[in-house]
Ligand binder design. Structure first.
Ligand code: ATP
Ligand code: PAU
Ligand code: K
Length: 262
């Protein structure tokens, strides 16, 4: 089985694939400092709890936007699973042609999302990832990564709100019953959720207008993407597996290429 790992700024998401099917999906907190042994055993533990033995893992691929944990993570995977993970970095043939000013600067997660959207749904597409940041990426009809928008994630905005103020409490992020809120918590929920819905609709509208595409798919992923997708017609597809599926597709492409190179 293939292990796919998406290292984000908040969560490390681990996917286990049996061929094209995602059979396991687990999360670790990114913020915690871990040694290679801690990574290896933590992931091994979670897998075992889900009846997956470490010998079942034959391959691994990692995309990370948090460089500082990569040494321990990859060492842990090598030591405990005895596989050498492929890292999504310049040189890996992702199938996505990047036509921005500085291709190396784009987060690996966004390239993986683009690969996932192209492989599963086809271009042109706008991919929205509601993570620590909310990212909007434009993929052309020809399969190129053209441009992207980066905004604060909903939870990031929420945390700024309650940590920068004396009287605003930490709250659950959900849509309040009414936008005409009558107490603090619902007022904050209204601002955060309606704000994100409005941002999504406005940014998508302008990206589509500037791109010139008349027919374009909008695909969303990420934890809070479900909440936002339900509230707006501008998102066509919500796919919580998009990043992990994108990693699988890149893995398959890369293995095919390596085979062809030999
Ligand atoms: N139902 C929920 N209620 C409140 N917060 C949530 C919920 N689901 C996800 N979140 C939070 O929303 C943020 C985005 O979630 P998601 O899991 O997609 O991204 P992430 O993997 O944490 O982001 P990254 O990939 O940047 O690490 C995270 O900070 C997560 O803790
Ligand atoms: C924007 C985030 C934080 C989203 O995870 C990540 O993709 C990242 O750190 N990117 C680097 C900058 C860029 O993508 O242009
Ligand atoms: K993640």
């Amino acid at each position: 089985m293939l292990m796919t790992i998406d290292v984000g700024n908040t969560n490390i998401t681990v996917g286990i694939f049996d061929k094209q099917k995602l059979v396991g999906n687990f999360r670790l907190t990114t913020g915690m400092t871990r040694t290679s042994d801690e990574f290896g055993t933590a992931i091994g533990e979670i897998l075992r709890y889900n009846d997956i033995e470490k010998q079942d893992i034959s391959d691994a691929i990692i995309a990370s936007v948090v460089p500082k944990i990569m040494h321990s993570l990859t060492s842990g995977i090598i030591k405990y699973f005895e596989v050498h993970p492929i890292l999504v970095e310049p040189g890996v043939r992702t199938g996505v042609k990047i036509i921005t000013e500085n291709p190396r600067q784009i987060g690996a997660d966004r390239i993986v999302n683009a690969a996932g959207a192209l492989g599963l749904y086809g271009g042109p597409a706008i991919v929205i990832d509601y993570g620590t940041a909310t990212t909007y990426d434009l993929v052309s009809a020809e399969g190129a990564y053209v441009s992207g928008v980066i905004a604060p994630g909903i939870r990031t905005s929420a945390e700024a709100l309650w940590s920068k103020t004396a009287k605003l409490p930490e709250i659950e992020i959900r849509k309040p019953e009414h936008i005409l809120a009558k107490e603090t918590i619902s007022s904050m929920q209204a601002g955060l959720v309606y704000g994100q819905i409005g941002q999504t609709e406005y940014i998508v509208k302008h990206m589509i207008a500037e791109s010139g595409y008349e027919d374009i798919k909008v695909v969303a992923t990420g934890g809070l993407g479900n909440l936002i997708s339900k509230e707006t017609d501008c998102i066509n597809i919500y796919d919580p597996e998009l990043t992990l599926q994108g990693l699988r597709l890149i893995y398959e492409k890369e293995m095919k290429n390596r085979g062809a190179d030999r």
